[in-house]
Structures are given as C-alpha cells and as structure tokens.
Design a binder for this molecule. Structure first.
Ligand SMILES: O=C(O)CCC(=O)C(=O)O
Ligand SMILES: [Fe+2]
Length: 218
C-alpha cells in the first residue's frame, strides 16, 4: 500500500498578479528582484526614486511621534520607533506614490490605511508581529490583507525586515520595498507572514508602509 504523504500542491490564489521581471506602472517601471511563493513575499526594486524617498522623510520629519499600537493606542515596547500617517491624497507626491502602490498591490487605494512613515534610531526595533488583526478584535471585520514596506534610506547596520518563521530577511535599501500578503484561506499560511524590524545598530532607518484592507475604507 502506498501512503500519500505529500501536502496539497494546489497553490492558493494571490492578490499580487504580476509575472516576469518588471511591473509597468503609470509613471515607473518596478523591478521584481526575488520572490517566495507561499506565503507570497516579493522583493521589489526601483519603487521610489531617491528624490521621492528624501521628500517623504522631509515631509514627515517634524510630525513624528512615538509609535502607538493596538486598540488602546498605548505606547508599547513591541514597537519603539516613531511614526506618522499621511492622509489619502494629502499632497501631490503622496497622490503620485499612492497610484503607483495601488498598481503594484493590485488593489484600489480606497482599501488602504494612509501611508505610514516609521523612523528607527539606533537600538529601536519592531518586534515580530502580524499586520492582520486578531479575530476577536473589532477591526478584523475589515481586516488587513497585504503590506508594502518601502525603504526610504540606506541603513548603515541592522534594521533588516525579518520573517522568523521562514528564516528570511530583507536588507533595507533606499528606494526598494518588500511586499507580502496574508489573505489565504489556510490560516497557517497567513501566520507564516510573522515579521518584524530588527534593531537598528548604526544609522537611522526610515520606512513607508502601506497596508491594504479587504473592503474599502472610504
Ligand atoms: O521596519 C520594518 O522593517 C517592518 C515594518 C512593519 O512591520 C510594518 O510597518 O508593519
Ligand atoms: Fe508589520
């Protein structure tokens, strides 16, 4: 008798629908550098120009506050960085970048929480977490389904985005990004997207994060 120990080989449908090496958006060609298939994690190059990265940092610099997480919005040791949100269409550059993000993520921008800017100083980190909300939380009714983390500067040392369950890490490089999604029917696959920002050792780390929800928010 033969026993089929092979796990199901049927891959689940993904939101990200781009094939090949390049994503052609309205105003920029994005490079697909590397991918993990399930859960889908894609490393992207040429997402933002150097000037756009500098401009995002400049526009957010004076608005950064110690990051708050969770329903109680308490200051929490899980995330020690500072942060701020841009409103949708807040200014010309945000509108332009939001259009590009929407084509990369293959979801209308109305599904997005506003772009969030995070700044980490040396020793600051974002401990391993999920970007989706737990089932018991009210926010999970319109839960997050995908994330794009864009790196706004080169970090001298440390600050990798780490996926501990996959033994996978992404080095922050100015203008590049990492995309991942957690909209799978198999919750075990979603849970493999556990990730965090490793402590910055030297220099600063600036990122812009776009989270998308299952339904429109606006
Ligand atoms: O800073 C990083 O590399 C991770 C950021 C992150 O996990 C998030 O913004 O949800
Ligand atoms: Fe995250």
């Amino acid at each position: 008798m033969t026993v089929d120990t092979k796990k199901s080989t049927i891959k689940e449908q993904t939101i990200f629908n781009h094939k090949g090496h390049i994503i052609k958006t309205e105003d920029r060609e994005i490079n697909i550098i590397a991918r993990v298939e399930e859960p889908l994690i894609v490393v992207l190059g040429n997402v933002l120009s150097s000037e756009e990265c500098d401009e995002l940092i400049k526009l957010s610099k004076d608005k950064m506050q110690r990051s708050k997480i969770g329903a109680t919005r308490d200051i929490n040791e899980i995330r020690t960085s500072s942060s701020m949100f841009f409103q949708e269409n807040e200014n010309e550059i945000i509108t332009k970048i939001e259009k590009r993000i929407s084509s990369i993520m293959n979801i209308p921008i109305e599904h997005g929480d506003g772009i969030q800017i995070l700044k980490y100083a040396p020793s600051q980190e974002y401990k391993a977490h999920f970007d989706f909300f737990s089932k018991i939380s009210n926010t999970s009714k319109n839960n997050r389904i995908s994330t794009l983390i864009m790196y706004l500067n080169d970090v001298e040392q440390g600050g990798e985005t780490i996926f501990p369950k996959l033994n996978f890490s992404v080095s922050p490089q100015k203008g590049m990004a990492v995309y991942f999604e957690y909209f799978y029917t198999d919750t075990n696959v979603n849970e493999l997207t556990l990730h965090g920002g490793a402590p910055v050792i030297t220099g600063e780390k600036w990122v812009a994060t776009q989270w998308m929800r299952r339904q429109k928010l606006r």
